[in-house]
Write a protein that binds this ligand. Structure first.
Ligand code: IVH
Length: 661
């Protein structure tokens, strides 16, 4: 009975979702919907035997992933040739007509997002892959499931591939950036960047919050279902549950196509999503086949690109913001001006090189353009109005904490590297507590953000004062007595970890987990590290110029020195045990790790191997003795096979490890 009810609820909720999100015509109230969803959640929990990855309950976002698996596209994902004028369109039409007597065209809005390929088997969504380089993309199924426009189950049990564009509506983009700003985080440049960045998140629950959408625009195997034109395929996709753009027109001539394009250009600003042009496609599949492809683009389609509106205004000031990674971004305050129907008061300047190359100065008259039509950028300076404006000079200090900033020789960006800088606080604490650093369980992203917001963490060293603030923590949302006790315990335990973990946790730019180990093994204690000279640092194997400079730069900050002293007072271990390298099966062997190991992390495996005399290397060559391969091992495994290098799978590796203990 309950199992039947589960099936009914799933069907109903799929339908209501579709009515609400795709058709914009809900037939029940939100409260009724929530009640049915709750009922389904409860029943599914009681009946795990009927788990279905395509159930409507699966849209909330599943587990955090380690990375995205690579996917090879069965049919390459191509891009389109561009047209910028009526002449370009006429030329396209002439090429088409040289092969097809009377072509029919379909005109569609070209939404500015990222291309996605969806695969269904027996009507169930089984795979969503990004375009990647057109040949190999990434499996982002868990993230795509959170998009309500994507049917998890089709109205027919078809096996098919559909391609479309994942995008963020103007409204969702505006509220995301508002939120970013209120957390003092970096703003997204435009809805396309925001959508692409969201799809690359490893936490599907975060993706669910980003409110992405998707329009489907190509049914790859429509002909298998007796459909012979692209337009009919789009209409059939609607029936199957996909969202298809209403801005889709069939046209009998290129002039008609152009009229439609002009109409769409006029409506452009009022559309709820960004479009950067129009796509024109030959309608009949048989005509498409006849026209064929060039190396990168189909001959049966072209993208007509709209031009971006440019407007002149005064640049009143240049001000700086700091991102979570400490990156400092310059921005322009403008005399407000209307661009593409919205009022614009600020523009991006990207980085300091951009300002220098374009010689942008305060009080200049500048030409601005909306990149991706939301956040404008300064395109150039109108030098006719240049009089006594002075070149912009960056004082190399963080605008938030006023400590000196740092930039690498070959990098254009400037960073604030003060670990106590408020702008970087959340990020640096999360890193400090992360698994390969001090490994403080219970101090993940959300908890850190909460504690920082509650002003219980104002600095990395405050982690050690939490034990005196239990009452203040317990009243916070999601903290209970038990979890607070566990957290305090985890913090105490972490104090014993070796110097290498601490060095990594301090987040010195360019010093990864492995480099931190190398440094710790060389210096053996923090004081020796803090006294290190450039020459001593680069004399260490595997430590180069960039890393040495970064260490010295960080150590030169008074706040860094103070932090180390404070950590000492708290009893954090500042030394590294002298490593006695055990002789083992792996002694003197060059070993490469690839793929995901089930029973231990890559860092743990690498540490174990080093302790047992192996030289752990990142790439496979003739000099490699053994490749240890986990699941989803890729090119390194293939290369090892072709070079005849010995391959050890996880089972065998574990056996050898056990023998050595
Ligand atoms: S068709 C082989 N149709 O534009 C044809 N693309 O510049 C492949 N795009 O990679 C694309 N809206 O990401 C097509 N209605 C539409 C589109 C569209 C947006 C994007 C797509 C593609 C890029 C090509």
């Amino acid at each position: 009975m309950s199992v039947e009810r589960i099936q009914t609820l799933r069907q109903l909720l799929h339908r209501y979702n579709h009515e609400y999100h795709v058709l914009d015509q809900p037939s029940i109230s939100d409260a009724q919907f929530d009640a049915l969803m709750q009922e389904l959640i409860v029943l599914e929990r009681q009946h795990p035997e009927v788990f279905d990855p395509t159930s409507p309950t699966q849209r909330v976002g599943g587990q955090v992933l380690d990375g995205f698996e690579k996917v090879t596209h069965q049919v390459m994902m191509l891009s389109l040739g561009n047209a910028y004028s009526l002449d370009d369109l006429i030329a396209f039409d002439a090429r088409v007509r040289s092969m097809i007597a009377q072509p029919v065209y379909v005109v569609e809005a070209k939404i500015d997002g990222l291309a996605m390929s969806l695969h269904y088997e027996q009507g169930n969504l089984i795979l969503a892959a990004t375009r990647g380089d057109g040949v190999i993309g990434e499996n982002v199924t868990e993230n795509i499931k959170t998009i309500f426009d994507v049917p998890l189950k089709l109205t027919r049990n078809y096996s098919m591939e559909v391609r479309g564009e994942v995008y963020m509506s103007k409204q969702a983009f505006a509220s995301l950036n508002q939120q970013q700003a209120s957390f003092n985080q970096k703003l997204f440049m435009n809805p396309r960047n925001a959508a692409a960045g969201s799809i690359r998140q490893l936490d599907p629950q975060l993706v669910a919050k980003r409110k992405l959408s998707m329009y489907s625009y190509n049914w790859m195997n429509a002909q298998d279902f007796g459909i012979s034109t692209h337009y009919d395929a789009l209409m059939a996709l609607k029936e199957l549950g996909f969202k298809v753009s209403d801005y889709t027109r069939r046209c009998a001539s290129i002039n008609e196509v152009y009229d439609e394009i002009m109409k769409l250009d006029e409506q452009r600003e009022t559309l709820p999503f960004e479009i950067d042009g129009v796509v024109v496609k030959v309608d009949a599949f048989s005509d498409q086949e006849q026209l064929g492809y060039t190396a990168k683009t189909p001959r049966w389609a072209i993208a007509y690109k709209f031009s971006a509106q440019e407007v002149e205004t005064t640049l009143e000031d240049i001000f700086l913001t700091v991102g979570r990674t400490g990156k400092i971004t310059p921005n322009a305050k403008l005399t407000p001006v209307i661009v593409a129907q919205t009022n614009v008061g600020y523009a991006q300047l990207h980085n300091f090189d951009y300002i220098a190359t374009k010689d942008i100065r305060v009080n200049d008259k500048v030409i601005i353009r909306k990149a991706g039509d939301i956040i404008p950028e300064v395109v150039r300076v109108n030098l006719e109005h240049r009089h006594d404006q002075q070149p912009y000079v960056f004082n190399h200090r963080c605008p938030v904490c006023h400590e000196p900033t740092f930039s690498d020789v070959d990098e254009v960006d400037e960073y604030c590297v003060n670990p106590n800088c408020e702008a970087r606080l959340v990020e640096s604490i999360i890193h400090y507590a992360s698994r390969d650093a001090l490994n403080i369980e219970g101090l993940g992203d959300k908890k850190v953000a909460q504690l920082v917001e509650a002003k219980l963490l104002n600095n990395v060293k405050d982690i050690y004062a939490l034990k005196h603030k239990k009452e203040a923590i317990i009243v916070l949302d999601k903290f209970a007595q038990k979890s607070v006790d566990a957290l305090i315990e985890a913090i105490e335990v972490s104090k014993q970890l070796p110097l290498s973990k601490l060095l990594y946790g301090l987040g010195i730019r360019h010093v990864g987990a492995k480099a931190a180990q190398t440094l710790a093994q060389h210096f053996l204690n923090m004081d020796a590290f803090m006294r290190a000279s450039y020459d001593e640092l680069i004399s260490i194997k595997e430590i180069g110029d960039v890393m040495a400079r970064s260490c010295l730069e960080t150590m030169s900050h008074v706040s860094f020195v103070e932090l180390i002293e404070a950590l000492k007072v708290e009893g954090v271990n500042m030394s590294e045990p002298v490593k006695e390298v055990k002789s083992s099966f792996f002694s003197e062997k060059t070993v490469v790790l690839t793929g995901t190991l089930e029973s231990l992390s890559r860092t743990q495996a690498s540490e174990w191997l080093s302790e047992h005399g192996a030289k752990v290397s990142g790439s496979v060559s003739k000099a490699t003795d053994i490749v240890i391969a986990g699941s989803e091992a890729g090119s390194k495994l293939t290369k090892a096979q072709s070079l005849g290098v010995r391959i050890m799978f996880e089972e065998e590796f574990k056996e050898v490890m056990n023998r050595e203990i």
